[in-house]
Design a protein around this ligand. Structure first.
Ligand code: WT7
Length: 655
């Protein structure tokens, strides 16, 4: 039976220190085990209890889970709530003067809003939307920079029961157009321009272009937040300024009470093939997932200063900027700019200036900050930090160690959180006051998440072997469907080869002999070398463990005898090597991999570049590297690529 081999052996273990443990929300293994046990023994009682405890219901639910239309599950279905009420009104009693958002603009300018201010802004904007005849279940596209206003826009949609779909501000007019058409949106909320790294990047003209393409006739209004005041073209028939829309609007807006299953938002995720999928999330189940993970995994308390660096264009920015922190009454940082402007110390400076206690970012950001300034964090006072987090990709053990020692000063646990756009919130991640950490492992599933690893026929795999990551029971925060394409939802995530029973994540993973989960990469990326099936992550981590290497990606190239051979794309910490230098370092790295994990994983070819092709969210696009490694034409869509120019360099650079 086909399993995937695990070849990476990481033995370092980091036990949470007493200072952290003594203050943690979950601080003893008994607390944790009793939650897990409760979930196992009475699954519905467990989730039903949490839903009653965490969410303020307008009308209580009577049924926890309806599985009759598998896999289109319904949770808490006859209950009624409003997500914006749960994020804002609920905080007005005890926390109205508490700062909800500390906004730091690209140029360093800081604006703070309290829960009271935010409530007023959301209410006025929600009333503004209603004045444009926007109603419950209407879809709106949000195409905005990171700002207080983008959070207001999302919350205002939730307040009136409208369904938002946020499109990342770095996406093209074409991507924007596709999402407008697919959702049949009635309005687009945008800004004139956004500021990133000292440069203005126009937004409104791209909306005009998207609407010009045709087929976007559903859009009646374009609401424009004035960010910089740059000149923009104006269409009286549809354009309206944000500030004019809210100017005369009442400061209270009655929430639209919606059913628990009412769609809160649609978020498009590209995946490796096919057209982007509009992942549709529910109201109550989604909110519950965002809240419990804030408590258990981020160990959040009211005194924290929370900072998730993700853009609201990604699920991370939905769950851990726009919804989770507010629902928990948090004070959080929203940052407009980029980590490297004015220099690569920006993140560390923000942590110092605002005394951030919980910091959550992506491995790609960590690796690039290591490359640009490994010593920089030492120049700043990072003593406020209590907990660090990582998301988006497997974090290579060497990057983990740097993050732990240099940023966290060996004091802060790191929560490596595995989850997906589709799962809505953390699925596998350490409860930081309880679980000893292993660098590169996301450790154990959250209580109530029945994650497992199976072979191609859906049978459980013994510890020590790799296979397909699945979740065996439905959970509240799981996406409900793909917008307009339920068949695709079913076929993609509940395929028949697994009996249609389990949620199939599309990742390969293994569990070590202690039961820790290790993510090995996307299933589509698995290599087959002389009959051994290997994930990409482990070979990449071995390369990154070499002191010369900043980043690495490996792909397979078909080979007559071996099946496939390993091709490695490598970015060094210094300059990109040329000629004989490149040859020498390539030989050194090949021997290194051979020594670290065995000759089986030794790259046949190494190509050096200044960077790797990445999506806008920082994920390495291995399918493009595969085409380069195989000498094929790149026929795939490269429109979501952050840095297309890098492809040429990698094509030329055979050693
Ligand atoms: C895919 C989901 C989760 C929000 C941001 C990305 C990879 C994500 C981890 C992690 C190893 C990870 C997986 C997953 N991934 N977090 N901690 N360790 N891999 O959301 O764009 O839907 O991507 O990202 O491959 O399937 P997404």
């Amino acid at each position: 039976m086909a399993t995937i081999e695990s070849i990476l052996h990481e033995t370092r273990l980091f036990v949470p220190n007493n200072t952290f443990v003594s203050q943690a929300n979950l601080s003893s293994i008994e607390d944790y085990h009793s939650l897990c046990k409760e979930a196992e023994e009475d699954y519905l009682g467990f989730w039903g209890g949490l839903a009653r405890e965490y969410i303020q219901w307008h009308k209580p639910f009577t049924q926890v889970l309806d599985e009759s239309n598998h896999p289109f599950f319904k949770w808490f279905d006859d209950g009624e709530l409003n997500v914006s009420f749960n994020c804002l009104d609920r905080n007005l009693e005890a926390n109205s003067d508490k700062v909800a958002i500390i906004f730091e603009a690209d140029d360093g300018n800081v604006t703070k809003v309290t829960y009271r201010d935010l409530h007023i802004q959301v209410c006025q904007f929600a009333n503004g939307l209603r004045s444009l005849n926007i109603k419950k279940s209407d879809r709106l596209i949000i195409y905005m920079p990171m700002s207080i206003e983008v959070v207001v826009a999302m919350q205002a949609c939730a307040r009136i029961g409208a369904i938002h779909s946020v499109v990342f501000g770095g996406f093209s007019a074409k991507s924007l157009h596709d999402r407008i058409v697919d959702t049949a949106a009635v309005a687009v909320i945008t800004a004139d321009e956004q500021m990133r790294g000292g440069k203005g990047i126009l937004l409104k003209p791209l909306v005009d272009k998207a609407l010009d393409i045709g087929g976007a006739g559903s859009v009646r209004s374009v609401i424009i937040y004035r960010r910089t005041g740059t000149d923009i073209q104006w269409f009286n028939s549809r354009d309206i300024w944000w500030h004019e829309l809210i100017s005369d609007k009442p400061v209270y807006c009655e929430p639209e009470w919606v059913n628990a299953e009412h769609p809160l938002f649609i978020l498009y995720t590209s995946g490796s093939t096919g057209k982007p999928k509009g992942i549709q999330h529910s109201s109550a189940g989604y909110l519950l997932g965002a809240m419990v993970s804030m408590k258990w995994i981020f160990d959040h308390k009211l005194a924290d200063i929370f900072w998730c660096t993700a853009d609201v264009g990604w699920i991370t920015g939905h769950s851990y900027v726009a919804y989770g922190p507010l629902a928990m009454g948090a004070t959080q940082i929203v940052f407009e700019g980029v980590p490297t402007y004015p220099d690569a110390g920006r993140f560390w400076k923000i942590i110092q200036d605002h005394k951030v206690t919980i910091f959550y970012t992506a491995p790609t950001a960590i690796r690039s900050l290591i490359k640009l300034g490994p010593e920089l964090p030492k120049k700043y006072d990072l003593s406020s930090l209590r907990l660090l987090g990582s998301v988006g990709e497997p974090i290579n053990p060497e990057a983990w160690i740097w993050y732990y020692k240099v940023v966290g000063q060996s004091r802060c646990p790191i929560v490596d959180t595995w989850w997906q756009t589709e799962t809505g919130c953390h699925m596998i991640a350490p409860v930081p006051g309880v679980v000893p950490l292993k660098p590169g492992s996301c450790t154990f599933p959250l209580p109530g998440i029945m994650a497992d690893i199976v072979d191609e026929t859906g049978h459980e795999i013994e510890n020590g072997k790799g296979g397909f990551l699945v979740i065996k029971r439905p959970f509240p925060s799981l996406a409900r469907t793909i917008w307009g394409d339920p068949e695709r939802f079913k076929n993609t995530y509940f395929p028949n080869d697994l009996g249609g029973k389990y949620y199939l994540a599309g990742d390969s993973a293994n569990r070590d002999l202690d039961g820790y989960f290790w993510i090995m990469g996307r299933v589509d990326d698995v290599l087959n070398i002389s009959g051994h099936r290997l994930g990409t992550m482990e070979i990449e981590s071995a390369l990154v463990a070499n002191p010369l290497v900043a980043e690495a990606a490996v792909v397979g190239r078909p080979h007559e005898i071996k099946g496939e051979v390993v091709i490695a794309f490598v970015v060094l910490k210094g300059l990109c090597p040329q000629g004989d230098d490149a040859k020498r370092i390539a030989t050194e790295l090949r021997n290194w991999v051979s020594k670290e994990i065995g000759p089986i994983a030794k790259p046949e070819e190494i190509r050096f570049g200044n960077n790797l092709p990445k999506t806008r969210s920082g994920k390495i696009m291995r399918r493009l590297l595969r085409a380069i490694g195989r000498g094929e034409q790149i026929t795939q869509d490269v429109s979501t690529l952050e840095n297309p120019e890098i492809l040429e360099q990698l094509k030329q650079s055979i050693t």
